[in-house]
Design a protein around this ligand. Structure first.
Ligand code: PLP
Length: 392
């Protein structure tokens, strides 16, 4: 038995996605900018996909720009907003962002851009009073505020609608990295009041290497990659038609799932069931940000005193795929900047693993994980206390 609980890293492409991409590569491989019939057919396939993704997000098809993924999409918005407003040289973001945003802003900061790091509460939700103060003092100098909707490591949700109202009042472009949100919750773009939202196909059972930006008409965001008329001049380069078609098929399936409440309710309880069972079997386990509003599919769970890497390797041997809130660099496992920014003590951050499901996760996979995870923790605890005794 295998349990794939790493859906925030990526999700399995749906059969209809694979089929749509295969038939596109076989039959719609022409350049969508070409005027001949084959080109027009490729363009039609891409425009159908644009409608499907737009429907999932709730925006007009024209509001969408396809990109090579969530990373490019977010960076394109941030750099495009900075380019559009030279009179507003500063930007704002949180320390809790995915590296796609965090490392871009750190690099901008190291080259002289003023970055206002948003204050957040210990539960990982940004502090709206501190945001009010920031915008009152510096709002006129900030071109763009980038704040993720759902955190990829903890699932913590940010109050995007409240932030949108504040940014609008200050004339600050608001970008939300919604890579972990889109396809898992309704997005309802038209009621959000934000300037740009970015998404990625492979988090919703689509292909890797394709993403999208939804942008408000008239938003102060410039195109930063000239060189061709594609995507209404907003992103030059021949489009990844098969990837976009796969994104469309994945978006259509996600829209159908979101429209069915019963299907959603069963999935929504999977992580809660898993957390309850782990906490009952491992009393000192800690669910990080347990009290915060969280995405239904993500659990960041700590086993203090253990190393996440050791836990993941043993889980993998026993058929459970999960990941850590950490990046393995030169052999040492550093706690992730997100867990650090949330102020978790080192033994908690080092022992944190991430379990993430999707709507395709089965209750058998959860049952398997419930059997395996506590047993692995017990075994690791026994071997670490045996080696502690041995070293005395
Ligand atoms: N933003 C978030 C929140 C993510 O979780 C990820 C991927 O893990 C990305 C951005 C980057 O997306 P992509 O892999 O499509 O570049």
């Amino acid at each position: 038995m295998q349990a794939y609980l790493d859906c925030n890293a990526t999700t399995q492409p749906l059969p209809e996605v694979i089929e749509a991409m295969g038939s596109c590569l076989r039959e719609r491989w022409a350049n969508p900018s070409s005027v001949h019939r084959a080109g027009v057919e490729a363009r039609h396939a891409m425009e159908l996909a644009r409608e499907q993704v737009a429907h999932l997000i709730g925006c007009a098809p024209r509001a969408l720009t396809f990109t090579s993924g969530g990373t490019e999409a977010a960076q394109r918005v941030i750099l495009g907003a900075i380019a559009a407003r030279p009179d507003r040289p500063a930007i704002a973001t949180s320390a809790l962002e995915h590296s796609a945003v965090r490392e871009l802003t750190q690099s901008l900061e190291s080259r002289g851009t003023t970055v206002h790091w948003l204050r957040h509460r210990p539960d990982g939700v940004i502090d709206l009073d501190a945001l009010d103060a920031l915008l009152a003092d510096h709002g006129r100098s900030i071109s763009v505020l980038s704040l993720m909707w759902a955190n990829n490591e903890t699932g913590v949700l940010q109050p995007i609608r409240d932030v949108a109202a504040r940014c609008r009042a200050s004339g600050v472009v608001l970008h939300t990295d919604a890579v972990q949100w889109v396809g898992r919750e309704p997005t309802e773009w038209s009621t959000l009041g934000i300037d740009a939202l970015t998404a990625s196909a492979h988090k919703l059972h689509g292909p890797k290497g394709v993403g999208a930006i939804a942008m408000r008409a008239g938003a102060a965001i410039e195109s930063i990659l000239p060189g061709g008329p594609q995507e209404l001049g907003r992103r030059a380069g021949t489009e990844n038609v098969a990837g976009i078609v796969g994104f469309g098929a994945a978006a259509a399936a996600a829209s159908a799932w979101l429209a069915q409440d019963a299907g959603s309710a069963a999935c929504r309880s999977l992580i809660a069931t898993l957390e309850r069972a782990i906490l009952a079997a491992v009393p000192d386990a800690i669910v990080n940000a347990a009290g915060s509003p969280r995405l239904w599919n993500t659990s960041s769970i700590a086993f203090p005193g253990l190393e996440a890497e050791a836990i993941l390797l043993l889980l993998s041997e026993r058929g459970v795929a999960a990941s850590a809130g950490a990046a393995c660099s030169s052999g040492s496992l550093e706690p992730s900047p997100v867990l650090r920014a949330m102020g978790l003590p080192d033994p908690v951050a080092h022992g944190t693993i991430r379990l993430s499901v999707s709507r395709l996760t089965t209750s058998d996979e959860i049952d398997h994980a419930v059997r395996v995870i506590p047993a692995c923790i017990e075994r690791l605890r026994l071997s670490s206390s045996a080696s502690a005794r041995g070293s005395r």
